[in-house]
Design a protein around this ligand. Structure first.
Ligand code: PLP
Length: 402
């Protein structure tokens, strides 16, 4: 039985060409980029060139990137940009430690984050006392809510470019325009508080044209694992005027923000994956649009959850009254791999905060499946999958109604 893999938002296989590019750096070119001899200097130079390729894909320079061990780390690092009080980050204290703090009343949240963010943003922002910005029922940011929640103390706003459960594309240009107006107003009133825009682009890099300057973004998270590169490699783009606290301290690599011997193989692979993604960006978008259409035309008895403003490789279906966890199990028996939502939440049995945020009922959430298409898929598979899902759903409905 051939596998039909429909969970590319969770993981993508490393492209053979990516693997090929990485291989020499495991063996012949294994040198530490910081070593003084020539072969090591070549590795250091190749590493910088690879960083430049990744940076160029978002309109930035190699020196603007901090390489991290994935997007979670990059997201966590981004939040060190908020104010540091008395040499320590006051807001890193647990909520209980702040409970009796008389200053607390005078410190409204300095962070705003979209309520549908990945846990690696949401949980940090929550721990730092951040406030969630609402989404509309279509998953797009509620700009009115954003405007209402920005105060003179707001220092950072975090909005993912593409949501990892729905594929919703957020209107970064409109968000940046609101921020620009707020900054202008603050300047007129002599308020010096910074206002930074962070965006997690983990799910966007291979399918959207990105330019950080044009989008008004100060901090951007990138992820190799979602674009057919190796896992455990990511990057944080940091605009030159933003100050961060180091994630690790030691040898001073990555502009002193993340010490530790460089992950040369990982970054070489990440760069190759970026190169390939950019080459096929338009072709892939067209391909996924046609695949999505086949699924929506041939599948039966579902409600489409992610209708508009989405990347076409995300197809979220709701089979109300059916347990999607059971569907996943039944589909796996037929060689079809799908998900209910984010892999990390699913493994903990946690219901999706994203589907709740867009107003789905608990029963609708329980019946929702996420299909995320990718390069392992073919048109033929789409017809095949539609047939298999229809059969499994129909059998399941029959069983329930018995
Ligand atoms: N952000 C988004 C939007 C994601 O989809 C993911 C991965 O699922 C992450 C962050 C975390 O990435 P990683 O597990 O590679 O650190």
């Amino acid at each position: 039985m051939d596998m039909i893999y429909l969970d590319h938002a969770a993981a993508t296989p490393v492209d053979k060409r990516v693997l090929g590019a990485m291989e020499p750096y495991f063996t012949e070119e294994f040198f530490n980029p910081s070593s003084p001899y020539l072969p090591a200097k070549k590795v250091a130079s190749d590493y910088e060139s690879a960083k430049a390729v990744i940076a160029h894909a978002i309109g930035a320079k190699a020196s603007d990137l901090v390489i991290t061990a994935g997007a979670t780390e990059a997201n966590n690092l981004a939040f060190t940009a908020i104010s540091i009080v008395d040499g320590s980050c006051r807001r890193l204290l647990p909520r209980s430690a702040l409970a009796g703090d008389p200053l607390r009343r005078h410190h409204p949240p300095t962070i705003l984050y979209l309520e549908t963010e990945h846990d690696s943003v949401r949980r940090v922002a929550e721990a730092l006392g951040g406030e969630a910005i609402k989404v509309l029922p279509n998953g797009v940011i509620d700009l009115k809510d954003l405007k209402a929640k920005i105060t003179d103390e707001t220092e950072m706003i975090s909005v993912a470019l593409v949501n990892n459960e729905l594929g919703t594309i957020q209107p970064m240009a409109e968000i940046a325009e609101i921020i620009r107006e707020v900054k202008l107003d603050r300047m007129k009133r002599g308020i010096k508080t910074q206002l930074l825009l962070h965006s997690d682009a983990s799910q966007a890099l291979n399918l959207l044209e990105i330019n950080v300057a044009r989008m008004g973004i100060d901090l951007m998270t990138l992820n190799s694992a979602k674009i057919y590169g190796p896992k455990g490699v990511g990057a944080l783009y940091v605009s030159h005027d933003v100050r961060l606290r180091p994630l690790t301290v030691g040898g001073g690599q990555e502009n002193g923000l993340r010490s530790g011997t460089e992950n040369v193989t990982g970054v070489i692979g990440f760069a190759k994956a970026v190169e390939l993604a950019k080459e096929h960006l338009n072709g892939n978008r067209k391909k996924y649009a046609s695949f999505r259409k086949i699924l929506l035309d041939e599948l039966q008895g579902y409600e489409l959850v992610n209708k508009k403003h989405v990347l076409d490789n995300f197809v979220v279906l709701c089979y109300n009254g059916i347990d999607a966890e059971r569907l996943i199990f039944l589909l796996e028996e037929k060689g079809v791999y799908v998900a209910t939502g984010a892999a990390c939440a699913a493994s903990k049995g946690v219901r999706s905060h994203v589907l709740r945020a867009i107003g789905l009922t608990e029963s609708q959430i329980a019946g929702s499946l996420r299909i995320s298409l990718g390069e392992t898929n073919t048109e033929e598979q789409m017809h095949e999958v539609a047939k298999i899902i229809n059969e499994v759903v129909s059998a399941e409905r029959g069983r329930i109604n018995e």
